[in-house]
Design a protein around this ligand. Sequence first.
Ligand code: SF4
Length: 64
Amino acid sequence: MKVRIDVDACVGAGQCVLAAPDVFDQRDEDGMVVLLLETPPPALEAAAEHAALLCPALAIAVDR
Ligand code: SF4
């Protein structure tokens, strides 16, 4: 799995961090998404996909 983020689309809602805190973080200064793991291990793939579904800005893409 490969995860991509679009920081320009991110609105800082934080849903991704709640869904997959090992894969996503938010910048302290403005809450924009930070990708911690571009290729999550299998144990985190479901959480990363869930985060992509939850993101209100469609700023997360997951490729398999
Ligand atoms: S859920 Fe989407 S909009 Fe919210 S912080 Fe994560 S990437 Fe940004």
